[in-house]
Design a protein around this ligand. Sequence first.
Ligand SMILES: [Fe+2]
Length: 235
Amino acid sequence: MAPGQTLLETDTEATLVSVLEAAFAEIDTARCDAIIASGDLAHLATEAVYRRFHSLITQFFNGPLLCLPGNHDVLSAMQAAGLPMQSIVWPDWQLAALDSHEDDKPKSLITEIDRQALSEAVAGTQSRHILLATHHPLVEVHCPWLDRDRIVGPLELLNWLNQQSGERLRGVVFGHTHQEVEAKVGCWPVFGVPSTCFQFQPQSSRFALDDLAPGYQWLELQHDGEITRTVRRVN
Ligand SMILES: [Fe+2]
């Protein structure tokens, strides 16, 4: 939001700061290899808001950042603000980004252009393992009002990516659901992360907030391709 404005009575900048403070009080920044910001980075999607977001992150962490566009985001404003949206590549692992959004529409939309970009991002790399990051969920979270916007045909998508990448896909992370999710699509683990602001009520047939605190997750990407996930919440 604009400075000082709240959303659903939440100061979303203050809750993001509380998440960053908690995360980097837990570990040294040198032990964090990257941050994935899994979309809906702004509600009021202006370049100025994205610049504030980026500058806030860099006050805590100056390493690689992967920003994904969510349904509340506007891609051109994210680009204008210079947010990094490219895959991150290490020798062991690649964080590959998939754009599942359409500006200001809730439903997931993966176009041929989005698939082509993902295919090119994994084709040119030698990392042993790939973690896919996207905004929309690949599984039902049993909230019908959220489930209708999930990615259609997730198993076909992951099989396709696995084939494109020479069978290097190891798992997926997503945002959007404002709640902790752990499930599988085929053989792949998929993880939904809590929101840095308010949380949505699990198993709710319509929009409802949960009273859980803002949260985040640590992903430990092991040398053998395993992914260990730990969810944390602020006090
Ligand atoms: Fe979303």
